[in-house]
Design a protein around this ligand. Structure first.
Ligand code: ADP
Length: 190
């Protein structure tokens, strides 16, 4: 019937119908034929977005030590061309985060930047907002918006029998830049 309406042969339509069925826009039933599944392009967009995992798009984190000087942290921000540095303790577990503005704030004061360690100014555990590699990028974006931060460390949780509960190893990062790039790519697809 569709072929008739469009004045085309069934054979000519078959590849298009196959694509529409594969993407879920049409459903095919034996004897009934093809019918519209009722899904809108917005449904597909939402479904697609929620399938993108943090582990598929995470970036390389730049990690410094707690005793790195503020001066060296600022140099690292420029050299590595990033906005956020992750700070590890001596056992290579996540201890804190320093952002551009954390560094600016201390730098505009009249202090000796070479002598002060980042450990003094960083945002510390347990106040760090993290994300799991298996989580969706959509969830990461929600956390970024909710907590008003530019970046989240992608972490593996390691159970700690001590007082602190859980410790984290940083294995990546999700940033606003990251998410903007995904947004641009999605715009090309849909
Ligand atoms: P900026 O301060 O350059 O605007 P952010 O908005 O990312 O960058 O940082 C705001 C504050 O939140 C800073 O004090 C920073 O140390 C802290 N911060 C950054 N990322 C996180 C995070 N993932 N979890 C908790 N605190 C964070």
């Amino acid at each position: 019937m569709i072929a008739e309406k469009l004045n085309l042969s069934r054979a000519a339509l078959r590849p298009d119908l196959a694509i529409l069925t594969m993407t879920g826009i049409l459903e095919a039933r034996q004897r009934v034929g093809y019918f519209y599944s009722g899904k809108t392009i917005e449904n597909f967009f939402a479904e697609h977005i929620k399938k993108i995992k943090v582990k598929d798009v995470k970036g390389v984190p730049i990690i410094i030590k707690e005793n790195t000087s503020i001066y060296d942290a600022i140099v690292t921000i420029f050299l590595e061309d990033v906005g956020t540095l992750f700070v590890n303790d001596d056992d290579e577990y996540l201890a804190g985060i320093v952002s551009r503005k954390d560094l600016l704030k201390i730098a505009i004061g009249n202090v000796e930047l070479q002598k002060i360690p980042v450990g003094i100014i960083m945002t510390r555990m347990p106040n760090i907002i993290t994300i799991d590699a298996e989580d969706t990028v959509h969830h990461a974006a929600e956390k970024i918006v909710e907590h008003e931060v530019d970046a989240l460390p992608v972490v593996v949780s390691i159970k700690d029998e001590g007082e602190k509960g859980v410790k984290y190893k940083v294995i990546g990062k999700i940033t606003k830049t990251n998410i903007t790039k995904i947004f641009v790519e999605l715009g090309k697809t849909f």
